[in-house]
Design a protein around this ligand. Structure first.
Ligand code: HEM
Length: 515
């Protein structure tokens, strides 16, 4: 009898979690939402599919502004798309924090370490206070001094490739340019990505990028369903002991590749750190690395960074500032290539500054209204982070519904960015001109949700914008961009960032050269 009860216990837990709690006990059970979906994963695969944000539009239409779905093992999630609700959640520092499910905690710790991206509460406030000054306008302007050299490497790499093909996989080139700018700007480190100097870190990133897909997500989700599954599978002991075995088991091969890549990236973070520590010239400078090292050397009390905290700060910025910029820039180029009339207007604006010559001073393209509008419009429709996650830390009211402590909340940035009540009936259309005349009552700052909002808003936002403007301007200044073929459509994938799944092949023609 005892053994029978023992054998039936897991079944009873599943029945409780899947059927009894969500259908009869949950205080949120009356909220409308789509059917269960996948019997184990619930609606999670739909949220993370290539159409993240699109499919959910029909849910909001059908069920209203607050939707309840079931995720693995009967967990409930609340989905929001109204910009007002999203902003209220993002600005609610006490009641809503970054989702702390085991899955996200593990992914964040694995790829970003212990830093701004993963910390909450007091630990987060402390780091934000230490690091904020590194992103001042003065520092960002100083960074632009090295743009001409890196952008020259960028266009040289494109010109070389154009000798053999007129169609180039743009994500590759953008990822390398973004890494070179990020490393030089934040760490004064030459990553040599565009010059193909085959530094280990560059290779490691190129192996990590293709792992960001729905299959990886599904595998991690399933492992997460086993109690302490992720603790075990992502433990140093497991990964180092079974790395070669994992590389032979196809569904888990990603763990082996990710571990090897992250080991190299962590090692590179240490090298970057050591190189800067030994140079000892970070005194009056205020870039990210100098700020980190000064907080280590001279900081007092709460403002001091311990030696053990340093490598993860480097990792945080490598993770936060590379993929996001690559994804956003890829979509910007996609829209420019797809809309020749927009491209021509943009080129006229840029040529008015450059005279059609190579741009030597990128501060001159930092405040061009139409370039700003094209970037804002592209990031509105295809944000790098289409969904942000929060968790209720206390009973929290959203749209008149009290969410119990622990409720997971998905904030649909992509839907909010094309919310018809705000953006009008053509909300889904690419129309940069709308930024010249924003909907009544909406300031440019309020209109941009793609960098988040509130106390966790993207710390690298202005750095990303100036870098994207420089790279996009340099391309439109010297090349004509068009789709790789007539019916080219968007192929996207989404795990951490929403990005092209096919590497974004585009046709490039150097201006002045024959068609
Ligand atoms: C187009 C490029 C970028 C986009 C779309 C983007 C988007 C975002 C978003 C939406 C958040 C808020 C996440 C949340 O509230 O859950 C965020 C936070 C963050 N971003 Fe960015 N980001 C970009 C570029 C960068 C760059 C270049 C850096 C660093 C150099 C960076 C570093 C960070 C960090 C450290 C955080 C955490 C801030 C905190 O929690 O205090 N990002 N980013």
């Amino acid at each position: 009898m005892f053994f029978l009860a023992l054998a039936l216990a897991p079944l009873a837990v599943l029945v409780y979690k899947f059927i009894i709690y969500p259908n009869f006990l949950s205080p949120l059970r009356h909220l409308p939402g789509p059917p269960l979906g996948h019997p184990i994963l619930g609606q999670l695969p739909t949220l993370h599919g290539p159409d993240a944000g699109f499919i959910q539009k029909s849910w909001f239409k059908k069920y209203g502004p607050i939707v309840r779905i079931q995720a693995p093992i009967g967990t409930e999630m609340i989905l929001l798309e109204d910009p007002k609700d999203i902003v209220a959640c993002l600005e609610n520092q006490k009641g809503m924090q970054k989702a702390s499910s085991a899955l996200y905690r593990h992914i964040a710790a694995f790829v970003a370490g212990d830093g701004l991206l993963s910390f909450e509460g007091d630990a987060h406030d402390r780091l934000r206070k230490i690091l904020n000054p590194a992103f001042s306008l003065t520092n960002l302007t100083k960074q632009m001094a090295f743009y001409p050299e890196i952008i020259n490497n960028f266009t040289t790499a494109l010109d070389d490739a154009l000798k053999t093909s007129d169609t180039l996989p743009m994500c590759d080139y953008l990822a390398k340019a973004a890494l070179d700018i990020l490393c030089k700007g934040t760490f004064n480190y030459d990553s040599g990505a565009l010059k193909n100097e085959s530094k280990a870190m560059v290779k490691a990133y190129s192996k990590l990028a293709p792992l960001q897909n729905a299959r990886t997500y599904a595998a991690l989700t399933i492992i997460d369903m086993i109690p302490h599954g992720l603790d075990f599978v992502l433990s140093k002991w497991f990964l180092s002991s079974f790395s070669s075995l994992l590389s032979k088991v196809e569904p888990l091969e990603f763990l082996s590749i990710a571990t090897r890549s992250m080991t190299i990236i962590r090692q590179s973070s240490l090298e970057i750190l050591e190189e800067n520590m030994s140079s000892d010239n970070h005194g009056p400078k205020r870039d990210v690395m100098s700020t980190i090292l000064r907080a280590h050397k001279d900081g007092k009390g709460r403002d001091k960074l311990k030696t053990s905290e340093l490598p993860d700060q480097v990792l945080t910025f490598l993770t936060g500032g590379h993929e996001t910029v690559t994804a956003a820039l890829s979509w910007i180029l996609w829209f420019i290539a797809k809309h020749p009339e927009c491209q021509n207007r943009l080129r006229r604006e840029i040529h008015a500054v450059s005279g059609g010559d190579v741009i030597e001073d990128y501060t001159r393209v930092r405040d061009l209204p139409y370039l700003d509008a094209v970037i804002n419009e592209s990031m509105r429709l295809l944000p790098s982070s289409p969904i942000l996650r929060r968790q209720a830390m206390e009973p929290t009211e959203v749209r008149g519904v009290t969410l119990p402590t622990g409720t997971m909340v998905y904030l649909f940035i992509r839907n909010a960015n094309s919310f018809e009540e705000v953006w009008g009936p053509d909300a889904d259309k690419f129309n940069p001109e709308r930024w010249e005349n924003l909907p009544a009552g909406l300031s440019a700052a309020q209109a941009k949700l793609s960098f988040g909002r509130g106390y966790r808003t993207c710390i690298g936002r202005n750095m990303a914008l100036q870098e994207m403007k420089a790279l996009a301007a340099s391309l439109v200044n010297s090349y004509e961009l068009s789709p790789a073929h007539e019916d080219q459509a968007i192929h996207a994938e989404y795990l951490i960032t929403y990005k092209p799944a096919d590497g974004l092949p585009l046709r490039l023609r150097k201006l002045g050269e024959p068609r």
